[in-house]
Design a protein around this ligand. Structure first.
Ligand code: TMP
Ligand code: ASP
Length: 244
């Protein structure tokens, strides 16, 4: 693991505890200290387990993927790795939407449409979900976002969709070269202090569907959701493939 070399700000109090991560304030108001937890949840937290090593795998996988996106000229919050399970990220004001990009039908899209899992979409699609555990992250249509909840304007929806599709092009190619099919994934964006749209949260097997290109084997959180076993082994394999 390559850890960043620039000097670190001081870690301060806990700002927020999510299902998979702890966020701490730092002595630099622009920077947040993230610690990835070993907790694994699904179905709005109704299914929960602890998986030793998961936090370390996800921290390093997200660091590699976001570092790569940064190098490709896309804005992400990732700054540097701190340790096996910690990283430093830029502070963002989050947009309360989950942006899902899909290349292949799976999961809720298969359930919602009746189309078989594994069906390749003619072109990638983007969906927006309301980030609300209480409501179970419901799917929103554009007018719910612009006129009812007023979470974003039509222009901002377009900006989010274009950012999601651009990230999809880079990530799909990156995974493909490593023998992995990127089926779908979820992104969360925020704004930095200059108002730029920046990718936040994480890109990990918790937030992506990843299928082995040769065998179709699932290498993501569906192993946990569907009780397929070998969850830690799959996450370890993803880290190995992305080449950290
Ligand atoms: P879905 O098929 O269940 O809607 O999931 C689509 C993608 O989004 C899949 O890669 C898993 C990811 N996802 C999350 O990261 N968090 C969530 O809360 C949900 C529902 C999905
Ligand atoms: N991440 C969500 C949860 O923990 C849902 C899921 O991924 O299935 O509830």
């Amino acid at each position: 693991m390559e850890v960043g070399t620039t000097s670190l700000p001081e870690k301060q109090e806990l700002l927020y505890e999510g299902k998979a991560k702890l966020l701490y304030r730092t002595s630099d108001p622009e920077l947040v200290w993230v610690e990835f937890k070993d907790d694994l949840t699904a179905f709005d937290g109704k299914k929960h387990a602890t998986l030793e090593g998961k936090g370390a795998f996800n921290n390093q996988i997200s660091a590699v993927l976001m570092g790569m996106l940064n190098q490709e000229g896309m804005r992400t919050h990732f700054v540097q790795l701190i340790s096996e399970r910690e990283q430093l990220v830029r502070h963002l004001k989050m947009v309360p939407l989950e942006v899902v990009v899909r290349n292949i039908v799976a999961g809720s899209l298969s359930r919602r449409t009746g189309i078989a899992e594994g069906t390749i979409l003619e072109e990638p699609i983007v969906e927006f979900y309301y980030k609300s555990d209480e409501l179970g992250d419901p799917l929103l249509c554009h007018q719910h976002i612009t006129k009812v909840l007023r979470l974003a304007t039509q222009e901002e929806i377009e900006e989010l969709a274009q950012a999601g599709l651009a990230i999809n092009r880079v990530l799909s190619h990156f995974f493909d070269q490593r023998g992995v099919t990127l089926v779908d994934f979820k992104l969360e964006f925020g704004r930095d202090s200059q108002g730029n749209l920046v990718l936040g949260d994480e890109i990990t097997p918790d937030t992506c569907r990843l299928w082995d290109k040769a065998t179709g084997t699932k290498m993501d959180k569906d192993r946990f959701r569907r009780d397929l076993g070998n969850v830690a082994e799959a996450y370890a394999e993803v880290l190995k493939r992305v080449g950290a």
